[in-house]
Each structure stands twice: as structure tokens, then as C-alpha cells.
Ligand binder design. Structure first.
Ligand SMILES: [Zn+2]
Length: 299
């Protein structure tokens, strides 16, 4: 489940490795993941050099020097792993599993970008991710990107902007609104649960019933949770601790996410798991009292 911090971690790792490298060859036997026509690949990808790597929401954009870009969505179980042929450099991040650290290609490898002295592997256990080649200029125009709301960590995204966007959905529960990529881009289940816990707001609370000061607190907690995860490096090869059975660092700091049945770190009450907005939801019944509204929407 790579989320915004994991995808940003992938971006920063690859940004120190890929720019300037030229694609020598590309291989893929999985059209679902790599649905690009062979003549486009031959003409616009092979021979092009990496210029920059950007991120929008949970999607990576690798810009090439010929005004084409690779758009990469890791979805549920995707990961990108870079290996120098002489093993002088290696980096892997995304979904935390053994393919991050093992010999590649393996059975989860679906695309290989060969740079001559190194390779980039796109691995995906469940095959929901994808890699598309597009003219760079078309990216902002495709529906997929148009629908995204602002980036939660953008310098110019303020608490006032956040509150204004939430208030466009007054009768929805706050968790559904946080997860709606059109409201804010890139917030997934773990960061929704963690920020709501930190702000002491129950996920079923309707937006119109949350006081302004609590909405402000939620904004700051959401940014804090995302920044902490970025600082911890998301889920990378480096912090993938297989021996302990821990799947990357992003779960190690979680206070409620996947902690159901364990005591709340603030008050000791047992963390509960329920279903809100169609997603497994973790709350402390004491720190986040359930709203008393009769007609809960978007359950
Ligand atoms: Zn508590």
C-alpha cells in the first residue's frame, strides 16, 4: 500500500540515481502493467535520458529529455528497485516485501528498464500498478491528473485552504472526505486514521459538526504525520526488517493503525477496528468519542 510518503521516498531515492541515465532497453511481458505500443517504446523511450522525477499525489512522473514522460502508479503492491550491475549502488522502495532485497528479476518483476550500467525493476505482486509512456505536455490534461486536489504538503497549501475544501462536503463524514483524492491528493487509509486520532476526531463525524479549531488541528496533525513518515523514509530496502516480520518503518510509528486490540498509547483504552468509508478504520473510543448524530452518512 505505498502511500504519499512511500512514493515520495521512491522519488527522492531515484532522483539521486537516475537523472542523466539513458534507457538502453526495456522489457516487459505484462501488457496490463506496461500497455505501451512497441513502436512508441522504440521511438520515444529507448535512447531517451532521464531529466527529472516528479510526484503528483501517489503517482511518479519520470521526465525524459525528449519531452516524453513515464507515469508510474505503484497502487497496492508496486515497488521500484534500482541496482547497479556491479552492485555499487542499490535502492528499493515501495511495497515492503522480499523483492526489495532479493535477487532480481523475480516472479513479481513486470518491467525492466536497462540503463547499460544499471537496471530499474518494476515489481508488483498483485499486478494493480502500471507504467505509461506519454508526451509530457499531455500529463496535466489527462483525467487521471485533473481530478486530484492540492498536495497536502505544498508550501502554499494552508489551514484555511484545507478547511475550505472540507467544507464543500459538509454532510460527509470526515474520513470519507480525507480519502477523497479530489479534495486533497494522496491521503490514504493509514494517514487518515493517524491524523484523526492525533486530532481527537472520530472518523464518522460529519464535516459540519467539527469545530473550526479542530479542523485546524486536523490540518496540522495530517501534515505532521506525513512529515514524520517522510523522515522515516517510508518503506525502503534500508528499513525493511524481514527478520522481525516488520513491513517497513511506516507502521512502526503508527498509534492506531493496525493496533486494534492493543491499548491506546495516550489513555490505555483498547483500540477498536470498524469500517468507515468502506475502509478498515482504527480508533480509540476514549480519545475519539463517536458522534451522536442519528443519520450517519457515507458509512
Ligand atoms: Zn485513547
Amino acid at each position: 500500500m505505498p502511500e504519499l510518503p512511500e512514493v515520495e521516498t521512491v522519488r527522492l531515492g531515484l532522483l539521486s540515481l537516475l537523472p542523466g541515465k539513458t534507457v538502453q532497453a526495456v522489457s516487459s511481458n505484462t501488457p496490463k502493467i506496461f500497455p505501451n505500443a512497441q513502436h512508441d517504446v522504440d521511438q520515444f523511450l529507448v535512447g531517451a535520458s532521464v531529466r527529472d522525477i516528479r510526484r503528483r499525489a501517489k503517482v511518479l512522473i519520470i521526465d525524459l529529455d525528449n519531452d516524453y514522460s513515464l507515469i508510474i502508479h505503484l497502487k497496492m503492491t508496486g515497488q521500484l528497485v534500482f541496482r547497479a550491475n556491479d552492485d555499487s549502488a542499490r535502492f528499493g522502495a515501495g511495497h515492503p516485501n522480499d523483492s526489495l532485497i532479493g535477487a532480481l528479476p523475480d516472479k513479481t518483476t513486470h518491467v525492466i528498464f536497462d540503463f547499460g550500467d544499471s537496471k530499474l525493476f518494476f515489481n508488483d505482486q498483485r499486478k494493480f500498478g502500471w507504467v505509461r509512456l506519454l508526451p509530457t505536455i499531455e500529463i496535466p490534461e489527462i483525467d487521471f491528473f485533473r481530478k486530484f486536489g492540492p498536495e497536502p504538503l505544498a508550501d502554499d497549501f494552508t489551514a484555511a485552504d484545507f478547511i475550505k475544501r472540507l467544507e464543500q462536503r459538509p454532510r460527509s463524514n470526515i474520513k470519507a472526505v480525507l480519502l477523497d483524492q479530489a479534495v486533497i491528493a494522496g491521503i490514504g487509509n493509514i494517514y487518515a486514521d493517524e491524523s484523526l486520532f492525533a486530532a481527537q476526531v472520530h472518523p464518522l463525524t460529519l464535516v459540519k459538526n467539527i469545530p473550526k479549531t479542530n479542523k485546524e488541528k486536523l490540518f496540522h496533525e495530517l501534515q505532521a504525520v506525513l512529515r514524520l513518515s517522510l523522515e522515516k523514509g517510508g518503506a525502503t530496502e534500508e528499513n525493511y526488517v524481514n527478520a522481525k516480520g516488520e513491513k517497513g518503518s511506516y507502521q512502526l510509528f503508527a498509534k492506531v493503525y493496525h493496533r486494534d486490540g492493543q491499548p491506546c498509547l495516550v489513555c490505555g483504552t483498547i483500540i477498536e477496528k470498524s469500517r468507515v468509508a468502506g475502509r478498515g478504520t482504527h480508533t480509540c473510543p476514549t480519545c475519539q468519542p463517536k458522534p451522536k448524530e442519528k443519520n450517519e452518512k457515507n458509512k
